[in-house]
Ligand binder design. Structure first.
Ligand SMILES: Cc1cc2nc3c(=O)[nH]c(=O)nc-3n(C[C@H](O)[C@H](O)[C@H](O)COP(=O)(O)OP(=O)(O)OC[C@H]3O[C@@H](n4cnc5c(N)ncnc54)[C@H](O)[C@@H]3O)c2cc1C
Length: 286
């Protein structure tokens, strides 16, 4: 197995593209190294991106934030500006694993590992995040919801990698939230995850995005759930409609963590709770 430490994202893309065997990008390694040790993957080439200049930086501008592909969950949690603008994204990333995992795990790693239960993905989608994808020849910007296409599968072509994740500037009187439910209290994966991002105008919800995780092969944007709360002050009727729309959108598996009926019901319950948190973060009063 070869191990390379390229000096740019373009060079990393070239290395991945040229390799005839199994090639993997290495960010935090909290998924890849576990799979390698367990013999689930047998790479011929590992391309470590952590020595690329600026890949571990969080940059803020008038347009929003650019989060480099090697920024860890812990670093996201320590960034005051990011936490203030997108608390739901940061709380989702900070739910991943333990302190040790937090020191390494990245947003693109969570996205490209492509688990339906990935915690940061619904929050990124609700926030309107985009991935800056670099290939050997060109760079493109892709909405995060277009990256994962199924369990373990992404839309990235051979040789492509994510260089950074961008988040737009948070609008005034907006708020986001991410909640997940896990059967165990320590280090488990979600049976349901839900992210809600919304914007208020004179106390009424003007815009919303509702995204469910862990209840379908990929995270799902639930337009009917957003519609249920837009135009409301999040009264009980709107919350009931939101819960019903979220439950109806679920297409979950049945496994040791929870039955289909259980996940469907929990999705509705969590949706109401997450909406209340996002609403209050936007300055709304219940
Ligand atoms: C003990 C433990 C607990 C965990 N708990 C959780 C949890 O609660 N919630 C959760 O969602 N996940 C959890 N995970 C999974 C894991 O920590 C996350 O998915 C993490 O965000 C992966 O990021 P990473 O940087 O470590 O990825 P890596 O392991 O470096 O990479 C993961 C995959 O993505 C690819 N990749 C990485 N970066 C890029 C990039 N920039 N462009 C293209 N492809 C890329 C790699 O090639 C690899 O296939 C846990 C893992 C462990 C070991």
């Amino acid at each position: 197995m070869r191990y390379e430490t390229p000096a740019s994202a373009k060079e990393a893309a070239g290395l991945l593209k040229k390799e005839k065997g199994a090639a993997f990008l290495l960010a935090g390694g909290t998924d890849l190294l576990v799979k390698l040790k367990m013999g689930i993957v047998e790479p011929d080439l590992v391309v470590d991106i952590k020595r690329i200049p600026k890949i571990s930086d969080i940059q803020s501008s008038a347009k929003g934030f650019t989060i480099g592909a090697a920024v860890s969950g812990a670093e996201l949690g320590e960034h005051a500006g990011l936490k203030k603008a997108w608390p739901g994204v940061v709380e989702a990333a900070n739910l991943i694993g333990s302190d040790q995992i937090q020191g390494r795990a990245t947003l693109p790693g969570n996205l490209c590992n492509a688990s339906p239960a990935a915690d940061s993905v619904p929050a990124l989608i609700a926030a309107g995040a985009k991935a800056i994808v670099v290939g050997p020849l060109k760079k493109r910007t892709v909405p995060v919801e277009k990256i994962m296409i199924g369990p373990g599968k992404t839309s990235l072509a051979k040789g492509e990698l994510i260089e950074a994740i961008t988040l737009p500037k948070a609008e005034p009187r907006s708020g986001d939230a991410y909640l997940r439910f896990t059967p165990r209290t320590e280090m488990d994966i979600a049976v349901v995850g839900i992210a809600i991002s919304l914007k208020l105008e004179r106390g009424v919800i003007k815009k919303a995005r509702v995204v469910l995780g862990a209840v379908a092969p990929t995270a799902i944007v639930v337009a009917a759930a957003a519609k249920a709360i837009i135009g409301s002050k999040l009264d009980d009727k709107a919350l009931d409609k939101l819960a019903a729309a979220c439950s109806a959108a679920c297409n979950p598996i049945d496994d040791k963590r929870g039955t289909i009926e259980y996940r469907v019901r929990v999705a509705g319950v969590l949706a109401k709770r997450a909406a209340k948190v996002a609403f209050q973060r936007a300055g709304g009063s219940l």
